[in-house]
Design a protein around this ligand. Structure first.
Ligand SMILES: [Zn+2]
Length: 82
């Protein structure tokens, strides 16, 4: 997959944290399959992963909490940290 930012052709597959703030709630998703550009270090996701992250985010929005955490592979169970 080509990097959309620097057009670098070399990317590596890693598992990384995805962290987003939603109206005062911090959502952390662990072990997200992430593509990292070897050239510029930019991180991005395949369409499948983006879609799944969007679903997790939509579900997280319905849970009132300060901090939520889940694993990418176990995202049906969103844990309230605080
Ligand atoms: Zn790049």
């Amino acid at each position: 997959m080509m990097c959309a930012f620097c057009k670098g052709k070399e990317t590596k597959n890693i598992l990384d944290k995805y962290l987003v703030t939603l109206d005062g709630t911090v959502l952390i998703v662990n072990d997200v399959p992430t593509m990292e550009c070897v050239q510029c270090g930019e991180k991005f996701y395949t369409d499948d992963v983006s879609e799944k992250l969007e679903k997790i985010v939509n579900k997280a929005r319905t849970i009132p909490a300060e901090i939520l955490m889940t694993d990418y592979s176990e995202c049906n169970a969103i844990e309230v940290v605080r």
